[in-house]
Design a protein around this ligand. Sequence first.
Ligand code: J2J
Length: 542
Amino acid sequence: MTASDFTPWPDELVKSYREQGWWQNQTLGALLRESAQRYGERIALVCGTRRWSYRELDERADQLATGFAQLGLRTGERLVVQLPNIAEFFAVCFGCYRLGLIPVLALPGHRRAEIAAFCQLAEAAAYVIPDRHDGYDYRLLARETRALAPCLRHVIVVGAAEEFVPLQSLYAKPLALPDQDPAAVALLQLSGGSTGTPKLIPRTHDDYLYSVRTSVNICGFDAATVYLAALPVAHNFPLSSPGTLGTLYSGGRIVLLTRPEPDAAFMLIAAEAVSHLALVPSLLLAWLERATSLRPPLGSLRLVQVGGASLAAEVAARIGPVFGCALQQVFGMAEGLVTYTRLDDDPDAVLETQGRPMSPGDEIRIVDDEDRVLADGETGHLLTRGPYTIRGYWRADEHNRKAFTVDGFYRTGDLVRRRADGSLQVMGRTKDQINRAGEKIAAAEVEQHLLSHPRVRNAALVAIPDERLGERSCAFVELAEPDSDEAPARIALGLKLHLRDHCGLAAHKIPDRIEFIDRLPLTAPGKIAKPQLRALALNLTR
Ligand code: J2J
């Protein structure tokens, strides 16, 4: 790895994080080994009709690590892993950790544009996919990606592999593997992003495990926890806050939900006696509505965590009466910082705030536009650093100079205020992003793709508030030849197809609405006036 792959914490902080026992010199591979020794035959994973014990998951990880090595993959190399909520996700990831391969955690919804970019940026040596999922054939995507990313030496398929390598063939008789370095990068998370190119987030074993263990303590996970993984398992929230890793650390059981439909979820909750789950607000809303009419038996539920996007207090207040369990608000980011409301907080704090940072090592600065620290109660930019917040994105030196202060604080792009009790409230954001049902869309990325269409002279993407999704996207487009006879709806459809088929963008990034405009409004320095466009979009939908 080169220096800019990963920006280390300063030496004196590393020393202090170790002295305080925050970083414990353990790898993710070792965490599973320890849990397997402790919990052996207990069930770790439920995936459809399959049940894997801790011992079985541990063995599969060793077998795959060996299989990966025999395929010629080497410690420090990257694999783009794009798997849905299936047991193999865990076998593959732990196989990677054991060999020191670095998984790039892509989401099932990503398509050619995203996957090719991840492969190129990470110089990935392999790409792991399911054969099909949710009606989509990932082998087609693999063929397209291969042509764009010559660094890929292998495509590994869960299921029918066709010309690729079947994952099944990689479960090899385990050979002894060298111990991995806990200070090394364990995995690459995806950033929500606000620029035209995706950013990868290097998380080390030390820092990630610290966040998992601390989350476990705050959220009360233990060996009796049955965690329903309803969100995509690769996402930072269900992976580490405390999520599936927290469950495996605690000796609990992970129940995998392949698609987050409420009816299937309610059946699984009842059948497996699920106690904990994590949702984004849009899913929560859909589940609450369905549960209100269906009245499913949800007596096993103890805690529903909600995060990833703003949760309205009225919606939050319905969780207790409808689900019969407690709520925890979670404000987090794949870059690091996670805040939680505590299980013993006043109801007011739980309903109205996004909680407090999980670690005493989290430093929070709320500042004005000139980086001057603001008083409690004032809304400002949230900056943070600490024992599990990255100091730099993967291979992004130039962007890092903007995204981090010189003293290493990460500029989150979120606007927050702090109450006297220390709880944070998320008030908005400054990053040019759309938070659609918890999925982050970088406006610049979609705008660039729109601009690649010959009919588009200029384009801007903004968020419109949406009752169900939280936000949806609206693209304002200036046409090169605005006087065409073609119906606007047809041109809009053409642009959407261009984004999907020509650019290969994930479905959630295709604008929900496209509006044509003669001239995009500009600010004095000549930048597109997005606040004006947001107001315009709001008016159009009224
Ligand atoms: C408002 N905005 C929120 C919240 C995140 C736990 C929980 C969530 C994420 C996550 C995560 C919010 N209210 N409660 O990684 O471990 C917005 C903010 C934030 C961005 C990060 C975790 N919770 N957000 O959502 O990397 O804008 O992580 O900066 O996907 O989501 O997005 P992401």
